[in-house]
Structure formats: C-alpha cells, structure tokens
Design a protein around this ligand. Structure first.
Ligand code: ZN
Length: 266
C-alpha cells in the first residue's frame, strides 16, 4: 500500500505536468464516468490529502483518486511507450500537448464538485505532509483510543493521514513497542507523532521509504518486509505475518528482542 509520501510525490509530479494547462485528452475508464467529457478543462492543481489525490479542474470539478494497494499514476511524453501495466488496468488518461498522465489500477476514481471534497477527505485526521499539519491534534486523536493496538491506530487515517504498512511497522520498531501494544501503554507517545512526521518529510521527495538512514539495498528498513532475516539492530530474526480480521488483513513485522509488548498467539 502506498504511503503518504508516495502520494505526495505523485501529486507533485502530476501537478508539474498538468497544472495551468487545458486537457487535450481525458479518458476515464470506469463505467460511471465513461461518458464524462473533460477535454478543454484546465487543470488548476493536483494536491495530496493524506493518501488521496485531488485533481482540481476549472469549472469547480475535482477528480478524486486513491491508489490503495497497487494503484499508480505514471507520466509519459508523446509517443513514449506506456509501461505501468496491461491496457485493461488503465483507469484514467489525462493529457495535454506535452505530457500524458496514466492512472493504473485505481480502485477509487470519481468526479465531484470541488466544493464537496470534504465528503471524500473530510474524515481524515491531520495530514502529515499537509500545510496544516497539527501534531497536537493528531496525538489527541490517537490518545482517544488508549486500548487500541498502536500499529492499527497509526494506520487509521482518521487519527493522522499518511501512514501505511511500512511506516507503521518501522515506527513501532523505532519506539521499541510491538504493533499490538495498546496505544495508552506506549511511552512518550508524542515522540511517535514527531517521528512519523520526520520520516515522511525525509522521504517525500524521493521514491522509497528509508527509515534507517541507510539507502543501500536490503538496509532501508529495520523490520518491514524482513521476516526471518536478521534485525538490523540486534541480529535476531525478524518475525512477520498477517493479522487483523478477514477482509482487512494487515502485514506486521517486529523484532522480538528490540520490541516489547503483546504479540499474536502462535
Ligand atoms: Zn532487534
């Protein structure tokens, strides 16, 4: 699942390619939008809100997209071969004379009045990479559920917006708690919020999510996606697995030596 910094970078690139110019091509390949004509409309801006992308058009319309698990927007020059996936995975094509943005595997693609954006992003907590980031408000929302497992609380976009599986796992590691530790039992929880902000800011302008400060292949994460491999701090094999109710399974990784707190049975 893309993290907030990936969405931020995607928005910045789309904005640079499309903003301020009219669309000469607009092809929305989802049934409910198949007949919508956006050609001729100018793109005002492409802006991220948590893990949501808002493409604002003149005439007061916003195209809302979300990448969820494996969606992506790619940019191409005229005549360049599209490489983001099979043709049937293309959900949206937005282009001007110089650049074409192609949205692949977008599970959410909808058009709504810009004035109604709150209907799709109004539920989000403080946005880690947004202009109005408010750490105290994020902490207050997290602290309102003291019994909730910290990993799950960090992933809940209503608490703070932008954290996905990678940062949830790495933040728990960096604070020395397992993802199942009740939030109310995490020491100095304000540090978790500060650290989340620092990690996303450090990574937003580049692909990847380096949490160790080490950009070498295989050394970018302390525990994420490292099941059975040695913890980069202590050498103990990292534990990994899925958890959560059916239908919303989540991956989790943790070091049984560096992180204290409850772990799933078995
Ligand atoms: Zn360790």
């Amino acid at each position: 699942m893309p993290e907030g910094d990936t969405v931020w970078l995607t928005a910045r690139r789309l904005d640079a390619a499309l903003a301020g110019r009219p669309l000469v091509r607009a092809d929305l390949r989802v049934p409910q939008l198949a007949t919508v004509r956006l050609e001729g409309r100018r793109v005002l801006e492409v802006t991220p809100r948590g893990k949501h992308l808002l493409t604002r058009l003149d005439g007061g319309m916003t195209l809302h997209s979300h990448l969820r698990m494996d969606g992506a927007w790619h940019l191409y020059a005229p005549g360049e071969r599209w490489r983001g996936g099979a043709e049937h995975q293309v959900r949206a094509v937005l282009g001007n004379a110089d650049r074409t943005a192609v949205g692949y595997r977008l599970p959410v693609l909808e058009l709504l009045p810009t004035a109604d954006e709150a209907q799709v992003v109004g539920h989000l907590g403080p946005d880690l990479l947004g202009p109005g980031w408010d750490p105290a408000a994020a902490l207050a929302r997290l602290a309102a559920g003291p019994e909730r497992p910290v990993g799950e609380a960090l992933l809940d976009q209503r608490n703070l917006a932008g954290i996905g599986n990678v940062y949830a796992a790495e933040l728990c590691f960096l604070r020395g708690v397992t993802p199942w530790t009740p939030f109310g039992e995490v020491g100095a929880p304000e540090k978790l919020v500060v650290l989340a902000k620092r990690l996303l800011e450090a990574n937003k302008a580049r692909p990847g999510h380096v949490t160790t400060g080490d950009t070498r292949r295989g050394r970018t994460h302390w525990v994420y996606d490292r099941a059975h491999r040695p913890c980069l701090r202590c050498g103990t094999p990292v534990r990994g697995g899925e958890h959560g109710p059916a239908g919303q399974r989540r991956v989790a990784y943790w070091c049984p030596r560096c992180q204290r707190g409850p772990v799933p049975a078995g």
